[in-house]
Design a protein around this ligand. Structure first.
Ligand code: KG4
Ligand code: ZN
Length: 335
């Protein structure tokens, strides 16, 4: 089964193709015009999607060595995301599917992130615990069976990726902040600044990153006044350490509570090498396993939507209607 997956939920125009549960192409056109604003400008994002999408489709088909007519299923992100951005990819996909009479699936962006791990293990099957950690989400789901997502915990304020982006901005490291902080952290001391681990000692499985963001702001201000010795690299390393601790501690507590021995970690922040290493160390102690999507499938991409579309088609889900609209605030909690 050949599935074309399209995601334009934020600032990347992304189209990928899967043959069954294997990715055969993954093209992402990243928009650079937002850099000057230090964040994504919605109006610019939708205009750039419009300009890029035809060419991205051509490249995705070329890389997969197929023609559009060969595709069996078209899957596109319906939400959540920026309304104007979603509209471009979703209506493009709907029109293609209608014109070519292909099966059409309206996809949830987070289902795409979660199923991206199929590219690391094609036999991945529930039950498992899924942590989606990106610029817009820090959500923990229990996945007891295919297509069932039970929300176990979520951020009470900022997403972890958003905190990376904001702290990178404070440290003048550029945008997006995740890769910049992780590079600076390699040169810093993880104990260089005494931040505390967010939500430590709590009973539930929620996250919170506005406090650590503020603590980093105070550290940067104190440094500017010459009151602390810590370097930018030390602040980055110390910030990254406590964010990772909170993600790993809360997720592993939830895994114990729900008796899950497989953890799937995905979303942009899952690209972070230090996070991967910490998860692997902790999980090895419990004889559990942790899965991450391969590099290239962590941040937003179309291949993950193709994989999630394949899962829906393979289990015989009824295709969605060609008149479905976008859902910018769509919650993923079914079952
Ligand atoms: O999944 P994604 O591409 O978009 C959303 O759906 O949000 O995630 C983007 C986020 C940004 O906040 C970015 O700073 C973060 O993922 N990110 C990272 C790394 N690479 C990207 N965070 C930490 N470490 C990284 N290496
Ligand atoms: Zn995403």
């Amino acid at each position: 089964m050949l599935v074309l997956g399209i995601d334009t939920s934020c600032d990347d125009t992304a189209i990928g193709v899967s043959r069954d549960n294997t990715v055969i192409s993954n093209i992402i056109a990243s928009q650079v015009s937002h850099e000057a604003f230090g964040g994504v400008m919605p109006e610019i994002a939708s205009r750039e999607h419009l300009m890029a999408i035809d060419r991205v489709l051509e490249l995705a088909l070329e890389e997969a060595k197929i023609n559009l007519e060969d595709v069996n299923v078209i899957a596109a992100t319906r939400g959540p995301g920026l309304a104007g951005s979603l509209l471009v990819g979703f209506t493009f996909a709907r029109a293609l599917a209608f014109a070519l009479q292909k099966l059409f699936y309206a996809m949830h962006h987070l289902e795409g992130h979660i199923q991206a791990s199929l590219a690391s293990d094609p036999n991945l099957e529930p039950p498992f615990l899924a942590l989606v950690v990106s610029g817009g989400h820090t959500h923990l789901f229990d996945v007891p069976k295919l297509g069932q997502y039970v929300l176990v915990g979520a951020t009470k304020d900022d997403a972890a990726g958003e905190a990376f982006d904001k702290v990178a901005r404070l440290l003048e490291l550029g945008f997006p902040g995740g890769p910049a902080i992780s590079n600076a952290a390699k040169l810093g001391d993880v104990r260089g600044y005494p931040f505390s681990v967010p939500m430590q000692g709590q009973k539930g499985f929620d996250f919170s990153y506005s406090g650590i963001k503020n603590a980093a702001r105070l550290a940067v201000a104190a440094r500017a006044r010459g009151e602390i010795q810590a370097s930018v690299n030390d602040i980055a390393a110390s910030f990254q350490r406590v964010v990772i601790e909170s993600l790993v501690n809360t997720t592993t507590r939830a895994a114990k509570h729900l008796c899950r021995d497989t953890i799937v970690v995905s979303g942009g922040v899952a690209a972070n090498q230090a996070l991967r290493e910490r998860f692997e160390t902790v999980v090895a102690r419990e004889s559990w396993r942790v899965l991450f999507p391969p590099q290239g499938l962590n941040t937003d991409n179309g291949a993950m939507i193709a994989l999630a579309g394949f899962v829906r088609a393979a289990r015989g889900d009824v295709p969605d209607s060609f008149v479905a609209g976008v859902e910018p605030y769509w919650a993923l909690a079914r079952g």
